[in-house]
Design a binder for this molecule. Structure first.
Ligand code: ATP
Ligand code: MG
Length: 212
């Protein structure tokens, strides 16, 4: 079984996340995608709303897709949420017969050398780096962390990049949707509509609980 792990702050989850997950699932033939809202995201300086609300919105958003699941595993752990620990957790849960793919956007990939247990992270599971609108080099691998080319070699048969551990990085081009949680929060602050940016049920949850 191939399983996608999709970590994020999801503050809130939006259609950019959902469409990206759906396209990656199809491109790589993943059996399911697990959305994993962070409890305490180590890289976000601004105040982030309570994890249980972000989790609940992700749950509502994923409910109508049989291939999507939402995990509270990072909510169960104390302290900062590190992807390294999350990958270890799911490796234990699914065992050696499962192939795990940790999914991140280009913006996150550019910063990955600041993550806990980098570069060991790359021998813990496969990674999928997806395109995202913004000022990025057109070739996704050009947005890699500084020592990327010494860690990975290109396998033209894939195409993917291969780590000495046998783990891979896939660079996937997906439909570019210029939607971000920051943009959604800004719209809400300004009293603007967020229809077609987030699922209607998520917008309903935001208004009901007076989030943002
Ligand atoms: P914020 O603006 O608060 O940073 P965000 O929209 O970037 O929010 P995150 O929860 O930070 O959402 O993102 C989780 C993951 O989803 C990251 O790896 C990010 O790169 C990816 N991602 C978010 N939005 C998109 C999008 N529109 N297209 C592709 N990837 C995305
Ligand atoms: Mg972000």
């Amino acid at each position: 079984m191939k399983i996608g792990l999709f970590g994020g702050t999801f503050n809130p989850v939006h259609l950019g996340h959902l469409r990206a997950a759906e396209e990656i699932r199809e491109q790589l033939g993943l059996g399911k995608i697990i959305f994993i809202p962070a409890h305490l995201p180590p890289h976000k300086k601004d105040a982030v709303i309570a994890a249980r609300h972000r989790f609940e919105m992700a749950r509502i958003a994923a409910a109508d897709n049989p291939f999507f699941e939402v995990s509270d595993s990072e909510l169960q752990r104390e302290g900062n949420s590190y992807s390294f620990d999350t990958i270890q957790h799911f490796s234990r849960v699914y065992g050696p017969s499962a192939e795990l793919f940790f999914i991140i956007g280009l913006d996150a990939f550019r910063e990955i050398h600041t993550w806990k247990r980098y570069p060991e992270l790359f021998s813990s599971c496969n990674f999928v780096v997806m395109s995202r609108p913004g000022r990025y080099a057109p070739e996704p691998e050009k947005n890699a962390p500084p020592d990327f080319s010494s860690l990975f070699s290109f396998n033209p048969d894939g195409p993917w990049y291969e780590h000495p551990s046998g783990r891979r990085i896939y660079f996937c081009r997906i439909r570019l949707l210029d939607i971000s949680s920051t943009g959604v929060r800004q719209a809400l602050h300004n009293g603007k509509s967020v229809k077609y940016l987030v699922p209607d049920a998520v917008a309903g949850y935001i208004y009901e609980h007076k989030l943002y």
